[in-house]
Design a protein around this ligand. Structure first.
Ligand SMILES: [Zn+2]
Length: 151
């Protein structure tokens, strides 16, 4: 390349030294604040990416793969969260129904019925607690994963 500049850059991810051969004119423009797209219209997307983010093509491709995998995992987690919320809402509804039934039954002083309803109330409360703790640990895991992926 006529009037070319060899720019040696270490990838910020794998630290491998990359040599980018760039047109001197574009390089001067870029150093003076012109965007990489304008300064290097003929360079590859990978070369421009290396200039803007400092990530080499190999690392860039690997990161894109990771992002896809993370999206997939996020979808699965969201589904699990939806299920946990549904279970919680259902238990909550059951609890409300049982409580309504319970006060009605108490008014009738039907002991057997009261016992049955009380047992159902305990079961519904336990189901609600389980659903809530499942939802809580799920969100905790999501937050931990987000922190880990930011680090
Ligand atoms: Zn790299």
């Amino acid at each position: 390349m006529d009037n070319a500049v060899n720019l040696r850059v270490n990838c910020i991810s794998c630290s491998k030294l990359q040599t980018l051969t760039l047109p001197a004119g574009g390089y001067r423009q870029w150093r003076h604040g012109v965007s990489v797209q304008e300064a290097f219209p003929d360079e590859s997307a990978e070369t421009r990416e290396m200039l803007t983010s400092g990530v080499c093509p190999a690392c860039w491709n690997r990161m894109e793969g990771d992002v896809e995998e993370e999206d997939e995992m996020a979808d699965r987690r969201e589904e699990a969260a939806r299920d946990a919320r549904k279970a919680r809402d259902k238990a909550s509804d059951e609890l409300a129904a049982v409580q309504a039934e319970s006060s009605e039954a108490l008014a009738q002083m039907d002991r057997e019925r009261v016992t049955g309803v009380k047992n159902a109330l305990v079961a519904a409360k336990e189901a609600l607690a389980r659903a809530e703790s499942a939802a809580a640990s799920f969100f905790k895991a999501v937050r931990a994963k987000r922190r880990a992926s930011k680090a």
